[in-house]
Design a protein around this ligand. Structure first.
Ligand code: F3S
Length: 407
């Protein structure tokens, strides 16, 4: 791998042990992937390990103890923050888990992270322009960065993002390179998606049909919103490991089908019709009856308009005492929702707000939940499998409210 003189000095430890260790990680990774050089990165979105992943917690503490300081200030993914400990009397977190979560938060803040605790960093000012190379962790954010913003990120892991934030560089490989961003599968829509629920389901189907590929989607309406693309990408990334898609006429590298494929012929073509959507909803619905223990809304973190829609549906209703209704959202979206009166409506109904949180960082298996409802394609993909094993009622936001309020 070719290194500049400055990078050689960094690797030799002239800028301290944390920089040396970061460079060692990045150059070994680059060698493994055949990268020719490192490239400067302008933005990092860092992951926080689920706090029981003690190796990752220790790794962050080690970087901090070695004097690691971020030269690219990272936003940070949701984590179990102290404000979200023990939110329900019968659903508490073990003391050692809370300690590990707190240790992790302290270490990453000591190195200079922005405490954004959200999976939508592009809504918190971490907004790279088209063509910028970034190191993001969090599959839903990566697919948004690559596809909707036209920025360039690989699917990274936690040590790599921390190392990249300290060194300000990443191996130039994979999706950072032009030649690896061409579409390789064509997906034609023969129906018109309208609701957020449609886009969640569509993402799941695209992920299933095009796992590991770069789909080129034809037929999305030109008024498709960023929020709709957000939920579609999140489900596609979870179901099929999609890190980049092109939507013809909508995303920046796909003004035309030809531009999206960059002269390549699609490996295959797939059509999605209404009936595929119905089958997708059935696939995601693993709830076979029985009381809903919890309703989980806010994956990926919602905009204030999505929160407003939820508040409108909840107004004047009361959540049943035996159902926990959890909303996950960033601090700034909640602050705006509070000013607009949405938070009061939701709290009066009995909703619990998990500011900067995500249910996947909590020990839900130990809480004995069996059935949950969600409007999120990503949660519906994730929660039935290891280590959660939950049955999921996959429904739209109105269905989630009905599941929690029906007597
Ligand atoms: Fe965000 Fe958690 Fe969903 S990190 S995308 S709310 S799984």
């Amino acid at each position: 791998m070719h290194l500049t003189d400055e990078e050689r000095r960094m690797l030799a430890g002239e800028e301290g042990e944390a920089v040396r260790l970061s460079m060692q990680i990045l150059t070994r990774l680059g060698d493994a992937y055949g990268a020719e050089r490192l490239t400067p990165v302008s933005s990092v979105h860092a992951g926080c390990a689920y706090p029981n992943m003690s190796v990752a917690v220790e790794m962050m503490e080690r970087f901090a103890a070695l004097g690691g300081r971020f030269r690219v200030l990272p936003t940070v993914n949701p984590v179990m923050t102290p404000g979200n400990f023990d939110r329900f009397p019968d659903c508490r977190e073990p003391e050692e888990l809370k300690k590990a979560a707190t240790r992790q938060i302290n270490a990453i803040l000591e190195m200079g992270a922005i405490p954004s605790w959200s999976c939508t960093p592009y809504m918190q000012g971490n907004l790279p322009r088209a063509g910028e190379c970034v190191v993001w962790v969090e599959s839903s954010a990566i697919v948004f960065a690559n596809s909707v913003l036209g920025a360039r990120s690989n699917r990274n892991t936690i040590p790599v993002d921390i190392a990249a934030a300290i060194a300000g560089r990443a191996p130039e490989d994979g999706l950072l390179l032009d030649e690896n961003r061409a579409g390789d599968a064509l997906v034609r829509l023969e129906f018109m998606p309208e609701s957020m629920f449609n886009y969640n389901t569509l993402g799941f189907i695209i992920g299933k049909k095009c796992a590991g590929k770069i789909p080129v989607i034809e037929g999305l309406p030109r008024w498709t919103t960023a929020n709709q693309l957000k939920v579609m990408g999140a489900a596609a990334a979870t179901k099929g490991g999609i890190a980049l898609y092109h939507a013809v006429g909508i995303t920046p590298e796909a003004l035309t089908r030809e531009q999206a494929f960059r002269g390549r012929t699609p490996e295959f073509e797939s059509v999605i019709q209404e009936r595929d959507m119905r089958a997708g909803i059935e696939d995601l619905n693993t709830h076979k009856g029985g009381r809903i223990d919890a309703v989980l809304v806010g994956c990926p973190h919602p905009s204030v308009s999505e929160i407003g829609e939820l508040a409108g549906l909840l107004k004047g209703k009361t959540i049943r005492e035996d159902t926990r209704f959890c909303l996950f959202a960033s601090a700034d979206a909640i602050a705006l929702a509070r000013q607009m009166g949405f938070v009061k409506i939701m709290e009066d109904s009995g909703v619990r707000l998990f500011e900067g949180g995500c249910i996947l960082t909590h020990p839900i298996r130990a809480w004995g939940w069996k059935n949950v409802a969600t409007n999120s394609g990503k949660y519906a993909c994730t929660l039935p499998s290891d280590p959660y094993y939950l049955n999921v009622l996959y429904t739209d936001t109105r269905g989630c409210v009905e599941a929690a309020t029906a007597r």
